[in-house]
Design a protein around this ligand. Structure first.
Ligand code: ARG
Length: 600
């Protein structure tokens, strides 16, 4: 890529691919400068951050900690670095440097650089090609969704699905090979009660019409009956024992119940456009628990305590008295046992370099103990250890500040919630565009309704609770899906109205001049840093906040700068800003699992 100065002379040939990740590139240039300045490079770390836009585009902060460690003057260190950087045409051709405060180096890019950057990354493929270096070579198993079978999914389940899917998409975009694994709870005590009721009170028609609804009804009925009557409880236990001993009839019924459950779940997953590679639930690991007991005993990690097999982690205050129980005193395996077997399987079978499990925050202790135990176990058995992350989330609250419930006090079914959102979106879309064809109303409403729910779930920091509000999530103003979808559709309409193709010839573009142009260009480039921080923290709200800001920067630009003007240079560069804003909005939304619309 060539760099032209304002006068149009060739300044420098820059390999722009290196500049995709501006922070990383600056880091490597700063390190080279540090070497040339004879700094102690094992002490110096460049520490590049975005700068306060009043002072620059990026900041190198490494001089201060370096000087502190070596007890020298930070401003002098910064000056030495700047002197060296100023010898390097790779940086001088694109930026000006200045020193601020106790040795911060501010970098201000020239507007040619912004233009070059935007012209180097024009398509989703261009972005992906560079982004995919971030996580190249990683194999990640993401365990999300993961409900318990024979129950409806309710509102709360949306979180595990939507957050998990966004994480998968981000990881894939950044180059990882992702396995989407739904670790359903498909084994254990509930089956005794369910089978008891199934054999006596099944409504066949209901089972055909709404399998999950009927199974849930039966399970609840069985639980209630067992609660009320000791003899019934005993019958339920017998049912469970039969299943656990592999009685062929019990196994056949269990299989049927699971198939029905998974079919019911898939209906909602399809609606949400979420597709799993496998459903390796708790039952899949039931024959593998023996290895867990053996190995944990052989390594001395597990010990008998009050009849149970447990693992203590005395170095952690919290778990010193509360051990990780891996076999109950009645000899049965539990959630901990199957999860340990699951860790082993993911390491051996999937060769996972990372494992991510998405659940609500009530399981925090369980996963901390699982991680501690796995670390010790894999270390002692010389296994490579996947990096484990428990991605947890808070609750969805109603207006009353309590976890959300339906009017009758029952949990709201997820399916009902999604359809209600589509219905509400339909009324809004129809109100806004009375002349549009009915088919189009429906199509747009489906996308808006589903996106609105997803986005409402992704945009708050996942670890906090959030209050569910139809008015807020379906609003066309504020940090919402309808607002962002509308922003994207509006950019498309600029091209449509002007009769310009998205693949227009941008050769005439001149460097950006107005404040809004430069602010928007800078915002578009920020996507790279946002991908990094989102993937590092596994917090999709960071991407949401960014997309909202991007849409805002676009609005500010569009309100102040006419795009379709006579000057070919100005028109081309403004069309570039429009097209790239749209591109990054689309990429970002699709990483959140949201489809964009051409018009709305
Ligand atoms: N089925 C569990 C639940 O509904 C979540 C499972 C999460 N995954 C795991 N490997 N434990 O809470």
């Amino acid at each position: 890529m060539r760099l032209l100065s304002r006068q149009g002379t060739l300044l420098f040939r820059l390999p722009m691919q290196d500049w995709f990740d501006v922070a990383k590139k600056l880091e490597s240039l700063a390190l080279k400068a540090a070497q040339r300045a004879n700094l102690e490079t094992d002490v110096f770390s460049p520490d590049v951050h975005p700068a306060d836009p009043r002072f620059g585009d990026a900041q190198i902060n490494g001089a201060l900690p370096y000087a502190k460690r070596l007890k020298t003057n930070p401003r002098e260190i910064a000056q030495q670095l700047v002197d060296q950087l100023n010898q390097d045409p790779e940086i001088t051709s694109v930026a000006e440097l200045s020193i601020a405060g106790p040795g911060f180096i501010n970098i201000r890019f020239n507007s040619e650089f912004f233009l070059m950057w935007l012209r180097a990354f024009t398509t989703e493929e261009d972005f992906q090609a560079s982004a995919s270096r971030i996580f190249a070579g990683e194999r990640v198993v993401v365990d999300y969704g993961s409900p318990n079978t024979a129950k409806q999914m309710h509102v709360g389940h949306i979180r595990a699905i939507v957050i998990g899917e966004a994480i998968c998409r981000l990881l894939e975009f950044c180059g990882a090979k992702v396995t989407r694994d739904n670790h359903i709870g498909d084994w254990g005590t509930p089956y005794g009660k369910l089978f008891y009721a199934y054999k006596r009170y099944l409504n066949k028609t209901a089972l055909e019409e709404d399998p999950l609804g009927e199974l849930e009804r039966l399970y609840k009925l069985g639980s209630r009956l067992a609660n009320d009557d000791e003899a019934t409880l005993e019958e339920c236990r017998k049912e469970l024992v039969k299943l656990q001993l592999g009685d062929p009839d019990a196994i056949a019924l269990w299989k049927r119940v699971n198939e029905l459950s998974i079919d019911g779940l898939k209906e909602i997953y399809d609606l949400l456009n979420v597709h799993f590679d496998c459903f390796l639930g708790e039952s899949f690991y039931r024959d593998q628990v023996g290895r867990v007991y053996e190995e944990l005993q052989e390594t001395g990690l597990a010990e008998e305590s009050e009849g149970a097999l447990v693992v203590f982690h005395p170095e952690h205050k919290r778990y010193a008295k509360q051990p990780f129980i891996i076999r109950k005193s009645d000899g049965a395996s539990n959630y901990a046992t199957t999860d340990l077997a699951t860790m082993l399987y993911r390491q051996e079978h999937f060769k996972a370099t990372r494992v991510i499990i998405v659940t609500d925050d009530r399981q925090k202790d369980h996963f901390e103990q699982l991680d501690l135990t796995t670390k010790k176990w894999f270390n002692q058995t010389n296994r490579s250890r996947p990096e484990f992350r428990h991605v947890m989330f808070g609750k969805i609250m109603g207006d009353d500040g309590k976890p959300i419930k339906s009017r009758s006090g029952d949990p709201i079914r997820l399916k009902d919630l999604v359809y209600e959102s589509i219905d509400r979106a339909y009324a809004i879309v129809k109100g806004k565009n009375p002349d549009m064809a009915e088919e189009e109303h429906k199509q747009i409403a489906t996308t808006v309704g589903i996106s609105a729910i997803k986005y409402a779930d992704l945009s708050p920091n996942r670890t906090s609770n959030y209050v569910f509000s139809w008015d807020k999530l379906l609003s066309f103003e504020g940090n919402t899906a309808p607002y962002l979808l509308y922003a994207a559709a509006r950019i498309q309409s600029i091209f449509r109205k002007a009769g310009v193709s998205m693949k227009f010839d941008d050769a005439a573009a001149t460097p950006f001049e107005t404040d809004e142009e430069i602010a928007l260009a800078r915002k578009i480039m920020e996507i790279v840093g946002v991908l990094h921080s989102t993937i590092e923290t596994l917090r999709p709200h960071l991407l949401c906040t960014y997309l909202f800001e991007l849409a805002g920067a676009f609005s500010a630009f569009y309100n102040a700068n006419k795009v379709i003007v006579d000057d070919a240079g100005i028109k081309a560069r403004r069309l570039i800003l429009c097209q790239r804003s749209l591109l990054v909005l689309k990429i970002g939304l699709s990483l959140l699992g949201i489809r964009t619309l051409d018009r709305m």
